[in-house]
Write a protein that binds this ligand. Structure first.
Ligand SMILES: Nc1ncnc2c1ncn2[C@@H]1O[C@H](COP(=O)(O)OP(=O)(O)O)[C@@H](O)[C@H]1O
Ligand SMILES: CC(=O)OP(=O)(O)O
Ligand SMILES: [Mg+2]
Length: 367
């Protein structure tokens, strides 16, 4: 089966043509602004000979499975845009373009949130009044699920065990950063919550801040309510701490030029990821594997080494030489537990797998 995959991330647009589980073509728009649609139009024109199109939506609400898109579903997903403003509008735009140009091909929406949908209630709830929680659906949904699912699959393949066997802490470091605890093949806790703002410090997102800080900013009129979203999604994180774009390449360049703010920002970034890893380890009874994935992990072995160096309490050890190597690999010493992996994020392959299952069954429930 040939699947065109569309992955609108917060800093990139990744398009791929996947044939029977193997990527044949790809186009990546690095530093995507969330609107540029030319590359997608090009892919739709050139790669029209496909059996399905799969689109990544980070927010699927309570949906547990991928689904064939129609107008009703797309409108519902567009209604979640305020809960993922860096992602959902771009995905909706992409899906509109696909539906308009490929009327006869099934378009499958695949969700980051689905992987976390069976998270235990204790991990899913906030300490907020129950009436508000229920009325507004204030649950922790979790994100980066397609990446987690792919990483889990690769870990199971590499160590040759069933998908449900390994207890994994999956650290996704892209423009968005999340850490997820995986047991029995599903997410049981994760650092991102109701929106992809919670948890670690990210490229332009703050991650978790004391809600008291936000109250104070509002009280003192330093920020107006309508400016909060822009502050937390676009002007915080590494970008806000350094005055750069927030792309780690730019932050590290600033640090090389001697910027003290950039040095501190990297320290905070590393510290907060370690904290989230520690928290996720506590949601598992044992950690068999720690996975580092996403663009930052792929291209910055030194940073992965720094994060890992602070995890001795979990028994984590890495071998510098293995970190410098390429490909999906174990980077911990032979026999050491937990095993540590660096895995290239391949949401395209996960999207294609899910779309294939949906098209094969046509019932909306993957086999
Ligand atoms: N070719 C590259 N060289 C070095 N770093 C890269 C490269 N591509 C991506 N990165 C790093 O990965 C980050 C983006 O991660 P990625 O997972 O690709 O993005 P997204 O979150 O948009 O899906 C960038 O901030 C950058 O630091
Ligand atoms: C959920 C999220 O932040 O995704 P990305 O890292 O692709 O922007
Ligand atoms: Mg991504």
């Amino acid at each position: 089966m040939r699947v065109l995959t569309v992955n609108p991330g917060s800093s990139s647009l990744k398009l791929a043509l996947v044939a029977n589980g193997v990527q044949e073509r790809q186009v990546t728009v690095d530093r995507w602004d969330g609107t540029m649609s030319g590359p997608l139009s090009g892919a739709l024109a050139e790669w029209s000979d496909v059996d399905a199109v799969a689109v990544r939506f980070v927010h699927g609400g309570n949906r547990r499975w991928p689904v064939v898109l129609d107008r009703t579903v797309l409108d519902e997903l567009a209604g979640l845009s305020r809960l993922a403003p860096l992602h959902q509008p771009g995905a909706v735009m992409a899906a509109e373009a696909v539906l308009a140009s490929m009327a006869s091909v099934p378009v499958v929406a695949c969700f980051d949130t689905s992987f976390h949908a069976s998270m235990p209630t204790a991990a899913r709830l906030y300490g907020l009044p129950v009436d508000l929680t229920r009325k507004y659906g204030l649950y922790r949904y979790g994100f980066h699920g397609l990446s987690c699912q792919y990483s889990l699959r690769r870990v199971a393949e590499i160590i040759d065990v069933e998908l449900t066997a390994p207890r994994v802490v999956c650290v996704h470091m892209g423009a968005g950063v999340s850490v997820t605890a995986i047991r029995d093949g599903v997410g049981v806790d994760t650092s991102m919550g109701f929106t992809p703002l919670e948890g670690a410090v990210m490229a332009t997102r703050s991650g978790s801040v004391d809600p008291g800080v936000l109250l104070h900013l509002l009280d003192t009129a330093a920020v107006r309510a309508e400016g909060l979203s822009d502050l937390l999604y676009h002007r915080s994180g590494l970008a806000g701490m350094t005055g750069t774009s927030g792309d780690l390449r730019d932050v590290l360049a600033a640090r090389r030029r001697g910027s003290r703010d950039a040095e501190l920002a990297v320290d905070v970034y590393v510290h907060r990821i370690r904290r989230e890893i520690g928290a996720m380890a506590m949601s598992l009874d044992q950690v068999d594997a720690v996975v580092f994935t996403g663009g930052v992990a792929t291209y910055n072995p030194d940073l992965v080494a720094r994060i890992a160096a602070g995890l001795e309490v979990l028994g984590v050890r890495v071998v510098r030489g293995l970190l410098a190597a390429a490909g999906d690999r174990v980077v911990s010493p032979l026999g050491a537990l937990p095993r540590v992996f660096v895995i290239t994020a391949r949401e395209d392959l996960e999207l294609a797998t899910q779309a294939e299952a949906v098209v094969a069954s046509r019932s909306g429930v993957p086999s």
